[in-house]
Design a protein around this ligand. Structure first.
Ligand code: HEM
Length: 166
């Protein structure tokens, strides 16, 4: 039967798709930058804007809608290990995205804007070391966040050891 629970579950899953879906395309954009260095600035700006204007704000809605689901479906939070673990992992993921990944993405855009225009200097075999180091950190951070999001998704669907209050 259609209920407000169903509506909030749809909104919860929709928020998850909108927030995290685009980030699954970031590795593709990263490999496009590696093959076409002049695309580095526009594509890095696009990724930063997606993170700032879509992923982070909508990622705030996900747990709010999740909290509605906990009350609507009478989940006994403290006896539902899957939910507690998911919430802890989500807090880790959000904090990492906000306090580590977001500033690194901003540093990357800033460093690319500061690059002198024109072709790379004579003898250059790759990006300048500080840009390569930032790219490595962003790639590793992105993989860590993807792992956390996928783990939370598995817990949400599997719900091992779930318990209701009544
Ligand atoms: C703190 C954050 C979150 C909370 C509190 C939360 C809470 C919940 C709850 C209580 C349900 C169960 C609804 C039911 O009774 O059937 C649920 C379902 C679901 N959640 Fe979350 N959630 C959170 C984050 C996420 C994230 C990050 C994802 C995806 C990566 C996600 C994906 C899903 C999916 C796909 C379902 C549907 C599972 C099913 O019906 O089998 N949730 N969420």
């Amino acid at each position: 039967m259609w209920s407000s629970f169903t509506l909030f579950l749809i909104l919860h899953i929709l928020a998850v798709i909108v927030a995290f879906g685009p980030t699954f395309a970031f590795p593709l954009l990263g490999s496009m930058i590696a093959k076409n260095p002049p695309w580095a600035l526009p594509l890095s700006e696009a990724m930063e804007q997606i993170e700032l204007k879509i992923t982070l704000p909508v990622a705030v809605l996900v747990p709010l809608l999740g909290t509605v689901l906990i009350y609507r479906h009478h989940w006994d939070l403290w006896r539902s290990e899957w939910l507690v673990i998911a919430i802890v992992l989500y807090i880790i993921a959000f904090s990492f995205a906000f306090f580590v990944q977001r500033p690194n993405a901003a540093k990357m855009v800033h460093a690319l804007r500061e690059m002198p225009p024109g072709p790379p200097p004579e003898g250059a075999t790759g990006p300048p070391p500080h840009i390569a180091a930032l790219a490595g950190r962003l790639r590793a951070g992105g993989m860590f966040l993807t792992l956390l999001v996928v783990t939370v998704l598995v817990l949400m669907v599997w719900k091992p050891g779930g318990a209701f209050t009544h």
